[in-house]
Design a protein around this ligand. Structure first.
Ligand code: UGA
Length: 441
């Protein structure tokens, strides 16, 4: 089958590579010339395990192609995926400029029936806007042509995206006519083999499903962070509580890890956008507001512990920071808790020596050269001469470090663990002053 994908960012690229891998002909379109040139040479602009191999393999087989030529993209595929960004605008609503500009291009260049599939995360009602846009452009062209708009939200997790696409837990399709539904079912059949994962529904429900899923997961995290804060105050241990409640299959073990707050390009943006949408429709979404507020505060709790430990004064202190990405297995630092923490430490006059297994380049891109930020070449280098260690991302390499070295090289044996990766008992016995989340120091 012939598939066009507009937007070669995270979602578009994974979608394109995976559809090509199962034998389709895929054309990825992006307006960024440099990005397309790099992709043609097999250079992947993001860090995502397994993606580069897929792109290189399918490009070499001729099944995956890249272009900046929008008309060529519209001519190419019966299936036209929109996978462009929807950044938050000033008030936190999703900015639909890019989505609607693709819709306009499709309307401008289409010469036969097209299925327009929206994969970008967009507010409820966007499919209708896309439909209106294409209809109005066709009208201007004075042509009558059939097309369909489908909502197909994406549930990929960064760091595990290829696997998530190849073996999805569900394929959600919002569609308003049975024929298009069957075409979509056919398109997704390679990923829908062992049992039924195809969930078709009306378009608005599919659009809302995406926000509801991310908001539910964000709610679990904020809820657990709140319980962790309570646990600290009442003298309970959140890790025991986590096990105690996670074993209830109605609650489950996933997404109940307390920490330094959720980050990334999705949860913060989507919780906010759904709250704004609700407000627009006259509903005051109090749970979503609380989820966001708890998360914003949570990023500051570790900073408060650091400042309190040093009796209110961290001016001139040096902190080794392990982990900059918003979670392991990605170099993504969008809305990363590390940014809030580092910036708060700077504000208090401290210096940071940072290390992350893959996000160092990204950090340098964001912060550049500054006197209060040193980029360490490895975890050990960050520790040497620092006043304390602060762990912000639970990368595997941080889980079992050389504690003897840490104790020897730190000026004081103090560890602030924002992800609860070490055992309080072990740390105490090893002679550390150890702070974590929701456990007694
Ligand atoms: C999230 C969703 O998990 C995907 O299903 C969705 O497709 C994606 O957003 C999207 O909308 O595109 P992602 O942003 O890659 O995926 O990251 P997650 O693995 O969900 O983690 C989000 C944040 O929550 C991270 O900062 C992580 O550290 C934090 N987290 C996660 C916790 O603090 N505790 C947990 O128990 C789980």
């Amino acid at each position: 089958m012939k598939i066009t994908i507009f937007g070669s960012g995270y979602v578009g690229l994974v979608t394109g590579a995976c559809f090509a891998e199962v034998g389709n002909d895929v054309l990825c379109v992006d307006i960024d010339h440099q990005k397309i040139q790099r992709l043609e040479q097999g250079e992947i602009p993001i860090y995502e395990p397994g993606l580069e191999a897929l792109v290189v393999e399918n490009t070499s087989k001729g099944r995956l192609k890249f272009t900046t030529d929008i008309k060529k993209g519209v001519d190419f595929g019966l299936y036209q995926f929109i996978a462009v960004g929807t950044p938050p605008d000033e008030d936190g609503s999703a900015d639909l400029r890019h989505v609607l500009s693709v819709a306009e291009s499709i309307g401008t260049y289409m010469e036969e029936y097209r299925i327009i599939i929206n994969k970008s995360t967009v507010p409820v009602g966007t499919a209708d806007l896309v439909k209106e846009k294409v209809t109005s452009v066709l009208k201007e062209r004075n042509v009558i042509m059939d097309f369909d708009v489908v909502s197909n939200p994406e549930f990929l997790k960064e760091g595990d995206a290829v696997n998530d696409f190849m073996k999805p837990e569900r394929i959600v399709i919002g569609v308003d006519n049975p024929r298009t539904k069957e075409l979509l079912r056919f398109l997704y059949s390679p990923f829908n083999r062992s049992h039924e994962r195809f969930i078709a529904m009306d378009i608005r429900s599919a659009e809302l499903t995406k926000y509801a899923a991310n908001s539910m997961l964000a709610t679990k995290i904020s809820f657990m962070n709140e319980i962790a804060n309570i646990a600290e105050r009442v003298g309970a241990d959140i890790e025991s509580v986590r096990k105690g409640i996670g074993s209830d299959s109605r609650i489950g073990f996933s997404f109940i890890y307390p920490g330094v707050g959720y980050g990334g390009s999705c949860f913060p943006k989507d919780v906010q956008a759904l709250e704004r949408t609700s407000r627009k429709f006259g509903y005051d979404a109090r749970i979503l507001q609380a989820v966001e507020a708890v998360n914003n505060d949570q990023k500051g709790t570790i900073v408060k512990k650091i400042i309190d430990h040093f009796n209110g004064d961290i001016k001139g202190k040096v902190f080794a920071v392990w982990g900059l990405a918003f979670k392991p297995n990605t170099d993504d630092m969008r809305e990363a808790p590390s940014r809030t923490v580092i910036e708060a430490l700077w504000k208090e006059g401290a210096t940071v020596k940072a290390y992350d297994p893959v996000a160092m380049e990204e950090a340098a891109r964001i912060y550049g050269e500054r006197d209060d930020l040193k980029y360490a070449a490895n975890p050990e280098e960050a520790i040497i001469g620092a006043d304390a260690l602060v762990v912000l991302t639970e990368w595997l390499v941080f889980r079992s470090p050389d504690f003897e070295m840490i104790k020897r090289e730190l000026r004081q044996p103090v560890v602030f663990d924002g992800r609860n990766i070490y055992s309080p008992e072990y740390m105490e016995q090893a002679g550390f002053v150890y702070y974590s989340v929701g456990r007694r120091p």
